[in-house]
Write a protein that binds this ligand. Structure first.
Ligand SMILES: [Zn+2]
Length: 125
């Protein structure tokens, strides 16, 4: 049974895919990195250009979380390179869900669930 303060996040893979337009930046089809929790992992010796990374970063925490089936964040996986002359696309894939514990990711305590409300409020007065 998972710990009471646990939660799940997807590990992500971001991979460069081609489009009909040639690429300009220093990314090539198949270049990729992964995100697990707050940690980015790049294959040894590989690089990834700064500007596409900067464009991708705001999307990744949302993509790590469970989203509504009708939410575009659930269905849309391909992100365009921010260079308008570059045909690079970046495919974000949810790999697996990984369990984390609140107490190991922040110093902010969870709200207490054992504290009882005053009797008058419980009765709706
Ligand atoms: Zn590009």
């Amino acid at each position: 049974m998972p710990a009471r303060d646990s939660f799940l996040l997807y590990d992500l893979r971001v991979e460069v895919i081609a489009s009909d337009t040639p690429m300009v930046c220093n990314h090539q089809v198949g270049d990729a990195f992964e995100l697990s929790g707050e940690n980015l992992s790049f294959p040894p010796g590989r690089t990834f250009p700064l500007y596409p990374l900067a464009a991708l970063l705001p999307l990744l925490p949302a993509k790590q979380r469970e989203t509504h089936p009708n939410d575009w964040m659930t269905t849309d996986t391909d992100i365009a390179c921010p260079d308008p002359n570059c045909g690079g696309r970046f495919r974000i894939t949810r790999l697996r869900r990984r369990r984390f514990r609140h107490g190991q990711t922040t110093r902010v305590p969870l709200p207490s669930t054992t504290r009882r409300r005053p009797a008058a409020r419980r009765a709706g007065r």
